[in-house]
Design a protein around this ligand. Structure first.
Ligand SMILES: [Zn+2]
Length: 256
């Protein structure tokens, strides 16, 4: 029974792939500038943030059958074109119709309040940020994406879907294809999600460095009267102090 099911699925996938490759060849002759999306991984997402994105898709629809169909079409290489712009994605999806379907997914910028909450939450996470720059988000930063109140994964109100097909649902199977493709992209480069929400991971890192610097200076002031004295002088007279010596006044040349 299991063997028959597996064979049926394999044959269906194989037939669909053949069909879409034929359609893609025809479409490419008309539109040579398209960028077909090649699926390289069987699981589509191998990191926790990519898997979390795919699991997150269920919140955008009550009809998970369309998500399943979209996943199948994606695996069978139905995505003829996929382009990510600053706040939206455009995709062309092959299907049963002669003309491919045009999909657009638009992301709302993250609100200032949410972004500020994220910045505060991860203000002291410099070690984690080193990993992030290598596209390795630590497990302890799950909330940065998935938190319902302040995560970067958009809520239903923060994302909109549009497809040229006749399916009048919010999220059709062609849109699902593009969303799974985005999952693969995010899996490879999670910083992409920041850009789609109108913010930069570099701002988050910069804020963290600023907060850590403030904390270190605070500790130094409490522990060392000398540092306290130098810091106060620096603040008050706007001069640089190094190893206890005044090197240069701001805006003035050296005087002997
Ligand atoms: Zn559609």
């Amino acid at each position: 029974m299991l063997t028959t099911t597996w064979h049926s699925r394999y044959n269906l996938n194989s037939r669909l792939k053949t069909k879409f490759r034929r359609k893609l060849n025809t479409f490419q002759k008309k539109c040579p500038n398209i960028t077909p999306f090649m699926v390289k991984t069987k699981d589509m997402a191998s990191n926790w943030w990519g898997k979390a994105w795919n699991a997150n898709l269920k919140k955008y629809t009550f009809n998970t059958i369309r998500l399943e169909k979209g996943k199948l079409l994606f695996k069978c290489e139905a995505l003829a074109d996929f382009k990510i712009n600053s706040d939206h994605i455009k995709a062309i999806v092959l299907g049963s119709n002669i003309n491919p379907y045009k999909v657009k997914i638009t992301f709302e910028p993250i609100s200032e309040t949410k972004w500020s909450n994220i910045q505060t939450l991860y203000a002291g996470s410099l070690e984690s940020f080193e990993k992030i720059l290598d596209n390795q988000f630590p497990n302890e930063m799950t909330d940065i994406f998935t938190n319902k109140l302040s995560g970067l994964f958009p809520s239903q109100k923060e994302i909109s879907f549009n497809c040229s097909c006749s399916d009048r649902v919010n999220l059709c199977k062609h849109t699902a294809v593009a969303l799974y493709a985005l999952g693969v992209k995010i899996d490879n480069d999670p910083k992409l999600l920041f850009e789609l929400r109108g913010v930069s991971i570099l701002d988050l890192i910069s804020k963290s460095i600023h907060e850590q610097r403030k904390n270190i200076l605070k500790k130094a002031r409490n522990k060392s009267p000398k540092v306290l004295k130098d810091t106060n002088l620096s603040d008050i007279f706007n001069i640089e102090i190094q190893q206890g010596r005044s090197l240069q006044s701001s805006g003035n040349s050296n005087q002997h």
